[in-house]
Write a protein that binds this ligand. Sequence first.
Ligand SMILES: NC(=O)C1=CN([C@@H]2O[C@H](COP(=O)(O)OP(=O)(O)OC[C@H]3O[C@@H](n4cnc5c(N)ncnc54)[C@H](O)[C@@H]3O)[C@@H](O)[C@H]2O)[C@@H](O)CC1
Ligand SMILES: Nc1ncnc2c1ncn2[C@@H]1O[C@H](COP(=O)(O)OP(=O)(O)O)[C@@H](O)[C@H]1O
Ligand SMILES: [K+]
Length: 508
Amino acid sequence: MHRITPHQPHPLFNTAATRRLEKAAAAALPPHTLMQRAGLAVAQLAQALAPHARTVWIACGPGNNGGDGLEAAMHLQRSGRKVIVTWLGQPDTAPADARASWQRARDAGVAWADAAPNDLDANDLCIDALLGIGVASSPHSPPRTPDARLLTCLQALHHSPAPVLAVDLPSGLDADTGQFAAGLTPDTPPHLHHRAPTPRHTLSLLTLKPGLFTATGRDAAGHVWLDDLGVEPGHEPPNAWLSGPALPAPRAHASHKGSYGDVAVVGGEGLAARGMGMAGAALLAASAALHSGAGRVLVTLLDDGHLQLDPQQPELMLRRFDALALEQLTMVCGCGGGQAIAHVLPEVISRAARLVLDADALNTIATQAALHALVVARGQHGQPTVITPHPLEAARLLGLTTAEVQADRLDAAQQLADQFNCVAVLKGSGTVIAAPDRVPAINPTGNARLATAGTGDVLAGMVGAHLAAGASAWRAASEAVYQHGQAADVWPAGLALTASALARRVGG
Ligand SMILES: NC(=O)C1=CN([C@@H]2O[C@H](COP(=O)(O)OP(=O)(O)OC[C@H]3O[C@@H](n4cnc5c(N)ncnc54)[C@H](O)[C@@H]3O)[C@@H](O)[C@H]2O)[C@@H](O)CC1
Ligand SMILES: Nc1ncnc2c1ncn2[C@@H]1O[C@H](COP(=O)(O)OP(=O)(O)O)[C@@H](O)[C@H]1O
Ligand SMILES: [K+]
């Protein structure tokens, strides 16, 4: 068993793959072995997380997730804890493994209760063994109406003053998408909004699931642990990867600025055009490219020559669009581009050596099939392209709603990559990176301090710098996304995270 950190990549397996692995492993082992291993692992982690717990409340659902909880209850009871179990199953209808563990918990003498004890405190522990991968909503099955006792237990776990250890998954979370099943989304009453959150842990069993790391999964899961139950994935291919850190890129002593490439940022509609000045977005992307190590950074503002120098960043070279040698440049196109970006997009997409498309470039492409076709053609000609939509931009590109994109972020990112024939970065909590014919990746770094205007422009500039230095589109995107999130994760307490400060720190 080990805690999952962002320091190395991890394979992720969805519900179907996990079930295949479980079936093969169970066939090769004596009956009940996997559940016994799972329950023991849960009990060991519970003792390590809450060594001084007086009471451990274990909420057990009707299926095998509940069986894992019952098995853990037996171990914790034997170790001398006061264990209280709420079991929503029935001996005559429970799956065989769960029924066996129920019998073992009974024999060990655990206490049974209909609901959570009301005297739990921060030293105690709750174990959430209500629902695991059995909740994964199939698009073909009608939504279920959860029973009242299940909902009461879920509420008690959600509002518990004691830390919560979830078995396999936070109950109700879909292992494949990181979204809660219909009717099972936790609610937070207003009076709890300002309470310090109780620690949350999830012990994923057999495999790590993608839903723990994207959409609402990060918040729901808290600290993620893995116990593989002694089962190797064998020939089962992962459905996604949790990315690891960038490979070191030492600079040769005999290198020069030309070794690291030229980035040109095009965007920043002027105030005069429509009364909405957006030069800042382009300057942020340019600053991020500069601080990420680009050899030279050029900026083309679409403001009719209004700004001729950024005195705060004299390294940036302002250029008119017609003075850019597009075929030699890594272009970062769209940041703050407004409607003005439409005038330059056809040329940028057709001619740029390497290209990052962000923000208004994406909004414009979403409305013009001819531009979409030009992006697809870049892939056919071997010209690297990365698109960096947030969920609303992704929805426009795919002709979906934002909710539909968020409902399955891995699938949405894959659709973007396939339809636009390029590397797609779907931003947000658990940013997804996808490319045609490749297993997608979920980025493990970053936090909600990034939810401030301009941080997306910073990311676009960073991807540009990595591309300009010679990285492939995939590597440029994954490394930049990782470093962008990591900068936020190590951000000094008490210092505001603004996009311009982020851009200055991304080089490490
Ligand atoms: N698959 C594996 O690799 C292993 C599974 N084990 C455990 O077994 C779990 C999977 O067990 P199951 O397949 O029995 O599934 P679960 O126990 O996760 O859930 C199935 C039960 O929940 C009910 N349920 C499902 N969706 C519901 C909803 N929306 N509202 C109300 N009730 C709902 C079902 O009626 C069923 O009784 C795993 O998550 C894990 O904890 C471990 O014991 C060992 C290894
Ligand atoms: N809650 C969050 N957790 C992790 N990353 C986040 C979160 N909120 C925002 N981000 C990141 O911050 C950046 C915001 O980008 P974007 O929405 O394009 O903003 P802007 O257009 O203002 O620059 C993205 O990289 C996104 O992944
Ligand atoms: K659970």
